[in-house]
Each structure stands twice: as C-alpha cells, then as structure tokens.
Design a protein around this ligand. Structure first.
Ligand SMILES: Cc1ncc(COP(=O)(O)O)c(C=O)c1O
Length: 374
C-alpha cells in the first residue's frame, strides 16, 4: 500500500469557487479577499489583520510593521522551518537561536542566556500545532521589554487556554500553504490587536498608500497583496474547516491508540492547555537515534515519512553566525536529540484508517526485524 506524506485537501468546491472571479472579472485582491479577511479575524478573535502572499512574507511584513530594523536581534527557536529565521535576516536583523523543549517548543528558560542590548523581539513558533507556555513567554517578554511576533504558520484555529494562537503577541503570521489546515495554495495573514501596527501594515502592503489607484504615496510601501482567486479558495476551505479539525484529531488519536503497546516509540502529545489541538503533522518519537534508519525502512515499504526540521544552528546558510558563542552546539542538545529521533508521519486530512494501520504495522515490523537480527 502506498502512503504519501501529503495530499492537499482540495476538490470541486474550491474549483467551483474560483469561477466567480472569472465571471465577475475580479481576479486581483477585491471583495472576496475582504470577506476572507473578515472571516479569519472573526474566527481567531483578533481585532485587525491583513492578507499576505505567503507565510514568509507575512512574517516579514509583521516584523517590518513592528519596527524590526537592521542590527536588531530576534530570538527564534532552534527547531522550526527555515523561514522563521530567514524572515528576520531579510530585514537585516539577526536571528538568535534558542534550544527547544522535548515537545519541540521554545525553551523560555533558555532565552535568558542569549539576551543582549540588541535583543528587540522574541518569536514563539507554534510548531506542529503545539504551543509554548504563552503566559510565561509574555511575562518574559514584558520583563525584558521585548516585542512578541508569533509564527502561527502551523496553528490556524489552535487555542492555548482561552485564546487563539495569533492573538498573544504584538503581531502574528499565518501561512495558508497547501499543507496547512487552511489553504489558499499559497497565502498568508498578519494579525494584530494594535491599531497603529495595523495602519502600518496597510501602508506597507499596498505601496505606501491606503487606496489603490492613487499615485500619491505617503510612506514607503511594497506589494504584499494576494488575489481574489486565492481568497475564493480560502472561503470554500473555511466551510470544510470543522471537518479538517475533526479528521486531524481522529488521525492523531488513531496513531496514538495503535502504538500504545509499542514501548520503542511514542506519539508526541499536546499539553492540556492546547485545545483544540490541530496536529499539523503527527510526530513519532523514537528513543535510540533511530529516525533515519526507521525512515529508510518506511520508504522501502512505500510509506513516505518526513524528517524533522534541521537545527538552525547547523544550517549552512547561517554558518556566518558561528563565531558568536551563543550558537555553539553545546547549547542545543534537545534540538539535536529531536532531529535524531523524531519523524513526521503521514497525517493528511484524507488519509484512510487502512493507511494509518499500514504505517503503524510498518513501524512495528521495523522493530521486530531489528530484534530478530540482533
Ligand atoms: C513554522 C513556519 N513558519 C513559516 C512558514 C512559511 O510559510 P510559507 O511557506 O507560506 O511562506 C512555514 C511554512 O511551512 C512554517 O511551517
């Protein structure tokens, strides 16, 4: 049986929805984008927000609006998708990496170690739909006068306590890439509760002016708009969102149940504060640095796993930072452990129960074969 890592959850509904753009001749950002923008804000309970072409540009736009400038430092968890850090670098600022906890979330205690007079902001990343302790993070940020930029790319619709991800910081960025719980193919969103930041976002995303069609530009701005074609897809995705949440939770529960009696592995679980938990991927934890061997076994059996994010302090692209002691390997033992032990299992919305069972059976066969050969 073939089990791919990912299949986007799109179909005839999305296909039909984009017809409207062609019928009305409105293919660039227009009425559907306005409606999509409003619906997102309604769902997450943020006061203001703007659409963006993708999650990377949403992060850049958010940080630019918050005044992150060349020379500033931004704390970024050492395990996250590359874009969390490259967005900081894009602004001429420096991403400063901090180790994560065993649940893959930013280790807030460890942040103290990297503070400097240049530290301007901290970026919690809600990786895999999990969330660091936002109460403690806000306390840390307040005490050290840091701005908070949430990278909520993988956590649309996820709540920590009573609030949705994306409403804890000064600004937050979401991604609507094809593998996210809500997709517009490519797309992103910046949320904020700060009116001044919102005003700044409006100018920045639309060539430094409030209205299109005017050639008077009050500020420096760029083009961070999207299209009504993408927003039409987003609007039809919102109609399916309840089903996405239901399926994703069920897939996570099934993997957990089927692997309960296998003491060699464990499925990463959310803390009780995260509810609803919408697993971006189901994460399998091995214990003896087995991730690459197990992935090879899965691939040989037609299951496509995905490796964990490579620790940022080891990324060739960031080797220029390595003269700074804060990036020494000794500070990143948990990131290194996770990279060697954790695996992303196929967990796309439409995966069948048979496919989940087959993945589990293949994992179990790896351990049985391993034991018999010893
Ligand atoms: C944690 C995280 N941050 C940022 C991004 C960037 O989003 P995009 O691919 O939409 O640019 C992603 C995308 O996967 C992500 O997972």
């Amino acid at each position: 049986m073939k089990v791919p890592q990912f299949i986007p959850f799109v179909g005839m509904e999305e296909y039909e929805s984009i017809k409207r753009c062609f019928e009305t001749n409105w293919i660039t950002e227009g009425p559907l984008s306005k409606e999509f923008n409003e619906k997102i804000l309604e769902i997450i309970g943020a006061k203001y927000g703007v659409l963006a072409p993708n999650g990377t540009l949403a992060l850049i736009l958010a940080m630019k609006a918050l005044g992150i400038n060349p020379g500033d430092e931004v704390i970024v968890p050492n395990l996250t998708f590359f874009a969390s850090a490259s967005a900081v670098e894009f602004l001429g600022a420096q991403p400063v990496f901090v180790d994560v906890c065993k649940d893959s979330q930013l280790n807030i205690e460890a942040c103290r170690r990297v503070l400097s007079p240049k530290t301007k902001a901290i970026m919690p990343v809600h990786l895999f739909g999990l969330v660091p302790d936002m109460g403690r993070l806000q306390e840390f940020a307040q005490k050290n006068k840091l701005l908070i930029i949430e990278d909520a790319a993988q956590a649309f619709g996820v709540k920590w306590g009573k609030k949705f991800c994306g409403t804890f910081g000064n600004a937050a960025a979401f991604s609507f890439f094809a593998d996210k719980s809500l997709t517009t193919a490519e797309g992103g969103f910046v949320a904020t509760n700060d009116k001044k930041v919102y005003e700044k976002l409006l100018f920045l995303r639309n060539q430094g002016r409030r209205d299109r069609g005017s050639f008077i530009h009050q500020e420096i701005g760029y083009n961070f708009r999207i299209t009504d074609i993408q927003s039409a897809i987003g609007l039809s995705q919102l109609k399916k969102f309840k089903q996405v949440v239901f399926n994703k939770k069920a897939i996570h529960a099934k993997y957990t149940q089927l692997l309960e009696n296998c003491d060699r592995v464990e499925i990463l679980q959310p803390p009780i504060e995260v509810d609803p938990f919408i697993p971006f991927r189901v994460i399998l934890k091995t214990k003896l640095n087995e991730s690459s061997e197990l992935m090879e076994h899965l691939r040989k059996n037609d299951v496509e796993p995905r490796e964990f994010f490579y620790p940022l302090h080891k990324q060739p692209a960031f080797s220029y930072l390595q003269t700074d002691e804060r990036y020494d390997d000794c500070h990143f033992t948990i990131s290194n452990h996770i990279y060697d032990n954790y695996i992303c299992l196929p967990s796309f919305v439409s995966i069948s129960e048979e496919q989940v069972k087959y993945v589990v059976q293949t994992i179990k066969s790896y351990y049985k074969e391993g034991q018999s050969s010893k």
